[in-house]
Design a protein around this ligand. Structure first.
Ligand code: NAD
Length: 498
């Protein structure tokens, strides 16, 4: 099963600018590898300032066409994009699984979610009204929303296609045109957007894709004076750098960054449900998930038993070839990332008690594989408690009472998600309000409602995406005040002030 190549793999992955496939002006490319063989299977065009300039010019040219369409007409195109994504779900899933190492079952789910994102934002844009304010009989004020212009979208390698759709759909719904810079480790599925968007009838230039290295192609997009907003998902360090660079042109930025999300398990919780959720929450998507519950805090009376059962389950998680439908954890995306995760595992072994995993599974001698790993008795200053590992690795620590649970939950720089397990409803709400995070789930794992705000606090991000929040980001609100009767103005220069 390992090394299963989907049919139709391209040998080259070009940019897409103004509705046409294009190489880089200087002919440069970069290698694209798969995480099972770590061999080069394609070469992608390596964009630079020149390609970003061309892409922004194409997006600017398309802006008057796309932005002036009615919301209903744009929504119709978005629904056609969803149809095209659905029609290619299997191909998309196979490409994504091959390129990223995600298990095929998970990649199928992500492809379906990508289609859903377009349908959802089609619905949002036709149902969203604008606000009006009346001051008695004297003045009436109303809000006009306009798309901001050319949006710059920069995305990471985990669930690449789905996350691209999460930005493309609201930007297009709002009437923006855009330039997308996909992650350089996983450009394959982004290579399917041109077919999808053309088949759906999107005007040329409304979406442009420039592949390339972050520091070059991504940076050129961030620095471009005619791109007034940047929507970024990726690591906290890169996010900080982009916010600093964006200040030169006072760009709007949306930052969806890293996490180290706590799962708080009280002794009175439904422990079976909590265990299922902990195992799925940190090991699904190979643990390469921003909202992974990667710190598990367990109340003392059940700590030992819960930790032991978690370790047993982690040892039984099926690690294997991404293309195998029985696989639960596939191959980590890239040898560099794999080495980083292994380095965390090595440090963790010195800092805490390794109770599961920590090694390559015996039956998988090649590829970026790691048996799901559990560290117990992790202290709050340990690296595995503080740093995002972004792999199938979880840190477990005990707590005595509610106060200590909240203190430990808040003891990192991050604040993306939190999960609380208790049968005491009042306590569930109390803790939900006390933890420093943008999103909290009580007695549940990461189930999304696309209408709700998505995002983090502290070092996990700036701003919110999702529902009307996304449309707010991609539009400028203008207020128009209109007098309905006579205006009473102090009469300066007449000698009569009243
Ligand atoms: P990364 O920051 O290395 O790269 C993300 C993107 O930024 C890539 O496309 C990269 O090419 C680009 N980039 C790099 N340097 C740049 C620069 N100077 N200017 C402009 N663009 C630049 O992140 P990654 O390793 O690809 O992704 C993993 C990270 O993403 C994790 O920290 C994870 O938590 C985070 N993430 C967050 C969310 C969320 O919603 N909060 C979702 C998914 C992933």
């Amino acid at each position: 099963m390992s090394g299963t190549r989907p049919s139709g793999l391209p040998g080259t992955i070009p940019h897409w600018i103004g509705g046409r496939a294009a190489g880089s002006a200087d002919g440069r490319t970069f290698d694209v590898t798969d995480p099972v063989s770590n061999r080069v299977y394609a070469r992608a065009a390596a964009g630079s300032r020149t390609e970003v300039d061309r892409a922004v010019a194409a997006a600017r040219a398309a802006f008057p066409i796309w932005s002036r369409l009615s919301n209903r007409t744009r929504a119709t195109t978005l629904n056609r994009i969803a149809d095209e994504v659905e029609a290619r779900c299997e191909e998309l899933a196979q490409f994504e699984s091959f390129d990223t190492g995600l298990p095929i079952t998970r990649a199928r789910g992500q492809a379906r979610r990508a289609a859903e994102n377009f349908r959802y934002f089609a619905d949002v844009i036709v149902s969203l009204g604008e606000e009006a304010f009346r001051q008695g009989d004297e003045q009436f004020s109303y809000v006009v929303r306009s798309p901001v212009g050319v949006a710059g979208l920069i995305t990471p390698w985990n669930t690449s296609f789905m996350l691209e759709s999460w930005k493309l759909a609201p930007a297009l719904a709002a009437g923006c045109t855009l330039v997308l810079k996909p992650a350089e480790w996983t450009p394959l599925s982004a290579g399917l957007w041109p077919q999808i968007l053309s088949a759906a009838g999107l005007p040329d230039g409304a979406v442009n894709i420039v592949h390339g290295i972050g520091e070059e192609a991504g940076q050129a997009l961030v620095d471009h004076p005619e791109v007034p907003l940047i929507s970024f998902t990726g690591s906290t360090d890169t996010g900080r750098h982009i916010v600093r660079s964006s200040a030169a042109h006072l760009k709007s930025t949306s930052m969806e960054l890293g996490g180290k999300s706590p799962v708080i398990v009280f002794a009175d919780a439904d422990l079976e449900a909590a265990l299922d959720s902990v195992v799925f929450g940190v090991f699904s998507l190979n643990g390469e998930r921003c909202t992974a519950g990667s710190r598990v805090l367990v109340q003392q009376p059940v700590y030992e038993a819960f930790t032991r059962r978690l370790a047993e389950r982690a040892e039984r998680v099926k690690v294997g070839a991404p293309a195998d439908p029985a696989t639960e954890v596939g191959a980590l995306v890239h040898p560099e990332h794999y080495a980083r995760v292994l380095d965390h595992v090595e440090t963790g072994t010195k800092e805490a008690r390794l109770v599961a995993g920590g090694r390559r599974p015996d039956h998988l001698p090649e590829g970026n594989y790691l048996q799901p790993t559990v560290f117990a008795d992790v202290s709050r200053d340990a690296r595995s408690f503080q740093e995002e590992i972004f792999g199938p690795v979880v840190a477990v620590a005990p707590f005595e009472d509610e106060a200590e649970a909240v203190e430990l939950a808040n003891a990192t720089q991050y604040g993306l998600a939190a999960y609380i397990w208790t049968s005491n409803l009042k306590r569930g709400h109390r803790i939900a309000h006390a933890v420093e995070s943008g999103m909290v789930w009580v007695n549940s794992h990461n189930v999304r409602d696309l209408r709700t705000p998505f995002g983090g606090v502290k070092s996990s991000g700036l701003g919110r995406e999702g529902g009307a929040h996304s449309i707010d980001f991609y539009t400028e609100s203008k207020i128009v005040h209109v007098a309905l009767g006579d205006v009473h103005t102090p009469r300066f220069g007449t000698g009569v002030l009243a």
